[in-house]
Ligand binder design. Structure first.
Ligand SMILES: *Cc1c(COP(=O)(O)O)cnc(C)c1O
Length: 392
């Protein structure tokens, strides 16, 4: 069996039926049929790559085959965004009257989907502290259909125990699903721990160049067929060009992620020594409260880190964080993550804008928190940039 680096270059290339070395962009909505019989076949086949774009496309089939391979699952489906992947994956298994267990901490739009959308459609939800294994077990009900986890999670980078969750699901006949976006399959392969369904925002590490949006769902062939049937109705197909860009980005996934891991660790170690920084949350640091667990289930520690800027109260922390952010040259202030360029966000500022006019919602993170996605720039320049920005 080919090694990961080789799969990144070659897996799924049989979907390219032309003589072109690089798969062309199949920029078409519909396909010719040779005769009535083959047309009838294409119309009814699961994920037919050559019938009508909502059913499939050769670029999408190739990208999906590669991602399934990376995640060591039988099959995968690519969709237009990470949220399309998450919502379609969940709606393929739960219906009104079912119960799902999720974490308290998830990507923001996933939380809205879980709390607002699913509840409105009669799905029961229990949200638990992801660092407390017993809480997942205690939340199980007779109608629990799915346990949905995210690790490391946004924005505090807490870790969920994947071996425990995989076993818990198997023992109780409950499907388990993970959002593996932050880790990427280079750093974490949830299938190793018996997790059934893996979803990605391929907008992030998988694409890796901040130039596309895409999502992926991986699982058994039978489950992916169900997801595909849902996707025909929900309709969030990935465009041929974005799919082509995704494949182009995937070829360098291992190289990029390894360099990013290395840069992030060096930056985290340097930041930890700075007196103006109260806390550095990076799962690769030995003093991270869950470092041992991270080491057990991850092969690398990602480019995601969170730092808390010190201050005498939260107003000062908020202002200092904003000041540092505005002084940085190489870390651009933008949402999203996982690209080759370093990005930084101030969650309290973004949250403040989202929450304008709403009362009573407490922040689950510090006002001095900055979330960083480390890129592949030279580490000396990244550290130098922070050195300047931290000066008063
Ligand atoms: C970005 C992100 C998503 C959503 O993906 P989109 O491509 O923006 O729809 C979901 N989960 C995580 C962890 C993310 O970072």
């Amino acid at each position: 069996m080919a090694k990961l680096e080789t799969s990144l270059i070659h897996e799924g290339e049989h979907f390219n039926t032309t003589k072109s070395v690089v798969t062309p962009i199949f920029q078409t909505s519909t396909y010719l049929a040779d005769d009535i019989a083959s047309f009838a076949h294409a119309a009814t086949a699961t994920k037919s790559p050559e019938f009508y774009h909502r059913h499939g496309n050769p670029n999408n089939s190739q990208a999906a085959a590669l991602i399934a391979k990376l995640e060591q699952k039988e099959d995968a489906l690519v969709l237009a965004t990470g949220m399309a992947a998450i919502s379609t994956a969940v709606l393929a298994v739960v219906k009104s009257g079912d119960h799902i267990i999720t974490q308290k901490a998830h990507y923001a739009a996933s939380l809205t989907f879980i709390r607002d959308f699913l509840l409105q459609y009669g799905v029961e939800v229990t949200q638990v502290d992801q660092t407390d294994n017993d809480a997942f077990k205690a939340a199980i009900r007779p109608n629990t259909k799915l346990i949905f986890v995210e690790t490391p999670s946004n924005p505090n980078l807490d870790i969920t125990d994947l071996e425990y969750i995989g076993k818990l699901g198997k023992e109780h006949g409950i499907l388990t699903m993970i959002d593996n976006t932050f880790a990427s399959p280079i750093n974490q392969v949830p299938a190793d721990f018996g997790i059934d369904i893996i979803v990605h925002s391929a907008t992030k590490y998988l694409g890796g160049h901040s130039d596309l949006t895409a999502g992926a769902v991986c699982g058994s062939a039978a489950y992916i067929e169900q997801v595909w049937r849902r996707s025909l109705l929900l309709g969030a197909s990935l465009s041929p060009f974005d799919s082509w860009l995704l494949l182009r980005g995937l070829k360098t996934l291992a190289l990029r992620v390894r360099q990013i891991n290395e840069n992030a660790l060096a930056l985290a170690q340097w930041l930890e020594r700075q007196p103006t920084i109260k806390k550095v949350a990076y799962v690769g640091l030995e003093n991270h409260p869950q470092h041992a667990l991270a080491k057990k289930q991850m092969k690398g520690f990602t480019g995601m880190l969170a730092i808390e800027i010190d201050g005498k109260d939260d107003t000062e922390q908020f202002q200092r964080a904003q000041a540092i952010l505005s002084k940085l040259k190489f870390f651009h202030n933008a949402v999203s993550l996982g690209g080759i360029e370093s990005l930084i966000t101030h969650p309290a500022s973004i949250w403040g804008a989202h929450q304008a006019g709403k009362k009573g919602n407490q922040l689950s993170f510090s006002k001095g928190l900055l979330r960083i996605s480390v890129g592949i720039e030279h580490i000396d320049d990244l550290i130098g940039d922070f050195e300047e920005a931290l000066k008063n």
